[in-house]
Ligand binder design. Structure first.
Ligand code: DQA
Length: 149
């Protein structure tokens, strides 16, 4: 099972960017968390990590995932979550099962802009508020959905 773990703008320095909001773990912690959660099933999953600060870079990577026939996407679109019709349009047509993730609990954040997601309606679900564990939970959800639909 090929899963793209896609990070949007300002998510290239996880662990260093506002750790009080986004946690102190980096993306390098993800494989071990997935292995801990899924045990031997983790061997059936290949994670491809990619980060871009640009909207176009994210769309190009999503299109490449479609061309490559990837099975699932774990997507933290960062601030583009709340603003990008272009990313929503892309998810709408590539139709790869996608889980929206956030490190912080966006719904509990002060800025009401963060309470809205333009990509949510093109995702099979959303997980927010568990730091790097949000990604591991999303991988588990995708694995369960795809392996035992
Ligand atoms: C974020 C939440 C967004 O509102 C913010 O712009 C981010 C990170 C999160 O993971 O909590 O860059 O997606």
């Amino acid at each position: 099972m090929e899963i793209l773990v896609l990070n949007g703008p300002n998510l290239g320095f996880l662990g260093q960017r506002q750790p009080e909001v986004y946690g102190s773990a980096g993306m390098d912690a993800l494989p071990a968390l997935v292995e801990k959660m899924l045990g031997e099933h983790a061997r059936q999953i290949r994670l491809t990590l990619f980060q871009s600060n640009s909207e176009g870079g994210l769309i190009d990577r999503l299109e490449d995932a479609w061309k490559a026939g990837m099975d699932g996407i774990v997507f933290n679109a960062g601030a583009y979550t709340h603003t990008s019709l272009a990313l929503a349009d892309c998810l709408a047509w590539i139709k790869i099962p996608c889980v929206e993730v956030h490190l912080s609990n966006v719904h509990a954040r002060q800025s009401s802009m963060r309470h809205t997601s333009l990509i949510a309606r093109h995702c099979i679900g959303a997980i927010a508020g568990f730091g790097i564990m949000s990604y591991a939970l999303a991988v588990q959800a995708l694995w369960q959905r795809l392996d035992q639909p």
